[in-house]
Write a protein of this length. Structure first.
Length: 196
């Protein structure tokens, strides 16, 4: 099992990130960081996701004492445009129609800090290809409600996994946290001394 010399705080409300970190055998506290997630004018998807993750990190560091703080943000990108969480069922259907039969990117920024100092941020990109979806199938999926709190209007770990025809890169990144890169970050900065 991993050896953690200091307390770890996850600055995220995402149940998927909690599950992925727990799956690594890590022990951590959850303290979500609420920040403005508005996309700035002319901001690239990678710059955006890095800025939001680092903003969450700064909020988390302000109340974490000497603990390590891990913050993250994930976006779905199609044709260089960020597809956020849907505002309603109609919006979810429109987003999924855009993804149908096409490849998109999922980008996650992972930021780590401690003692009030940001240590490092990594951005991981995974390519995801959807098979062609028909309007009825999309409507039935949206009616399940699974899509409503997820970037790009889908969760690969749920029913929408059946939409995925191919993936290039980290599967866990699409879920919401690239576990390989996150563990590398934690080990590199001493948040985890050894693993497993």
């Amino acid at each position: 099992m991993s050896v953690q010399p200091r307390r770890l705080v996850l600055a995220s409300a995402s149940p998927r990130r909690r599950e992925l970190l727990t799956g690594l055998g890590l022990v951590f506290d959850v303290r979500p960081s609420d920040v403005d997630e508005t996309v700035a004018a002319n901001e690239s998807p990678s710059a955006y996701v890095q800025r939001v993750a680092e903003s969450k990190l700064q909020v988390g560091l302000a109340s974490a004492g000497d603990a390590f703080v891990l913050a993250s943000d994930t976006v779905v990108v199609l044709d260089h445009v960020i597809l956020g969480k849907p505002s309603d069922a109609k919006d979810a259907c429109a987003i999924l129609s855009k993804l149908s039969g096409r490849q998109h990117d999922v980008r996650t920024a992972v930021a780590l800090g401690r003692d009030g100092v940001a240590l490092e941020t990594r951005v991981v990109t995974t390519g995801v290809r959807f098979r062609a979806l028909d309007a009825d199938e999309i409507a039935r999926y949206v009616a399940t409600g699974e899509c409503m709190d997820k970037a790009g209007s889908y969760g690969i770990q749920g029913l929408a996994g059946a939409f995925v025809a191919g993936i290039e890169g980290s599967y866990s990144n699409v879920v919401g946290l690239p576990v390989t890169e996150t563990l590398e970050l934690l080990v590199a900065h001493g948040a985890v001394e050894q693993w497993p």
